[in-house]
Design a protein around this ligand. Sequence first.
Ligand code: FEO
Length: 170
Amino acid sequence: MITKKLQDAINEQINAELWSAYLYLSMSMDAEAKGLKGVANWMYVQWLEEQDHARILSEYLNSQNAHVQLKPIAKVQTMWKDIDEMFRDTLRHEQEVTKSIHELTILAWHEKDLPTISRLQWFIDEQVEEENSAQDIIDDIEQVGSDGIGLYLLDTQLAERSYHKADALQ
Ligand code: FEO
């Protein structure tokens, strides 16, 4: 049986994942407004993936006979100066999420909750990917710039990203 303290912490993480989803939807809408369809697509996929993260944690709490408690989602920024600022914010945000996943896992260790530790391993691995993909795009922006033909090429590349439903049991 999962402890109340851990349940509460996972419910906080569900809220953080939904806030992440909302943040990326906001970035996607801003990119659309700027005419950057590829960036908008990349952020839209991100919005879908963050909802998967919230779903996986919710399903886990349900499987443990615990109560999922959805909380209000705080407001998000709605405009960014350019894609350099947008992707640097993305990386910074993912680093914060990594920190909270690690803290959650450490709490699960303190609670000696092996099933929760096992489930959180998927999120630890996912965060390595999340940070890497944001960093890769920042590296690309440093190479090609965030305007003109460089921006056009990068936007074309980001249009290729597609969504695949995440499953923590795979
Ligand atoms: Fe759910 Fe991007 O971390």
